[in-house]
Design a protein around this ligand. Structure first.
Ligand SMILES: [Zn+2]
Length: 286
């Protein structure tokens, strides 16, 4: 799933390639991805793209005051097309949810792979009309994200630290992958109760969040949309690396699986050598 750094890179890419162009036409072959109906997507045609920005993991294209807001979810992506075919894509077939044609023949597809229908596109007059945007917490790369703010968020929650880091209404843009990375960086168990962190741990955690995300943004800067996923993968230390050696201590990276996702961690670095219970695994072993 694209998180803050990948969405930020898409924003930079769109500023270079799309801002300043005029939308020629919008096709919506996957009508289920469109979550709004007023204004209709056809309202974008003939308008100039005047800005691109990000709210947490939401991508926001300002088209002369009409906003095309996209949440890529787990399997969604933006595919840049230097030259789009003029014929519209077939309705309801294939991965394309929405196709945006620009005035010079280029454009982009908003797609989703597989059967997980998570891609969500909104055409709104104000980005905060999107419920997920209106409820977002602090952006971890903004000046508002201070050690004190993080301390307050953690202290106010009953859950574990992994849950707090990934809750978009608290911190906007941090997801499953980068929260795994950050927790590994500061050697904290994902299941440590959020309210039990010491001041020193909170300060380290804050530093790790800012550094991990800024580094990822810097690594992916200037990459084309199609290259971002590979770059994200190559920069990760534990996330998605189950069974591989921990880059710091050499222990095997372990995982805890849930219905649709899994978290990764190093037991030696983060949980005092004790593997966390994995319900799926213990069920299989019974
Ligand atoms: Zn380790």
């Amino acid at each position: 799933m694209p998180e803050l750094p990948e969405v930020e890179s898409l924003v930079v890419f769109l500023r270079e390639h799309v801002v300043g162009r005029v939308v020629a036409r919008v096709d919506v072959p996957g009508i289920h991805v469109l979550k709004t109906y007023d204004p209709p997507p056809t309202a974008l045609a003939g308008l100039e793209v005047t800005g691109a920005t990000r709210h947490g993991k939401f991508l926001d294209l300002d088209v002369s005051g009409v906003h095309l807001v996209t949440h890529l979810a787990r399997a969604g992506w933006l595919h840049w097309r230097p030259q789009l075919p003029p014929a519209p894509p077939r309705m309801g077939k294939g991965p394309i949810g929405m196709r945006v044609h620009l005035d010079d023949g280029s454009g982009f597809d908003l797609t989703e792979a597989g059967t997980k229908k998570g891609l969500a596109v909104y055409v709104v007059r104000d980005p905060t009309d999107v419920p997920g945007v209106a409820g977002l917490g602090v952006d971890p790369l903004s000046d508002a994200f201070t050690v004190e703010v993080l301390a307050g968020l953690l202290a106010g929650e009953r859950g574990h630290v992994k849950g707090v880091l990934t809750q978009q209404s608290l911190i906007a843009g941090l997801g499953n992958a980068y929260s795994d990375e950050v927790l590994w960086e500061v050697r904290l168990s994902p299941y440590k109760p959020a309210g039990n962190l010491t001041d020193a741990e909170v300060a380290e955690l804050h530093q790790a969040i800012v550094t991990t995300l800024s580094d990822a943004v810097r690594r992916s800067a200037g990459l084309a949309a199609g290259e971002l996923k590979a770059e994200k993968k190559s920069g990760l230390n534990v996330h998605g690396r189950t069974g591989l050696p921990c880059p710091r201590c050499g222990d095997e990276v372990r995982e805890v699986s849930f219905a649709t996702k899994s978290l990764q961690y190093c037991a030696t670095c983060q949980t005092g050598g004790k593997p966390l219970a994995d319900r799926r695994m213990s069920r299989l072993l019974k």
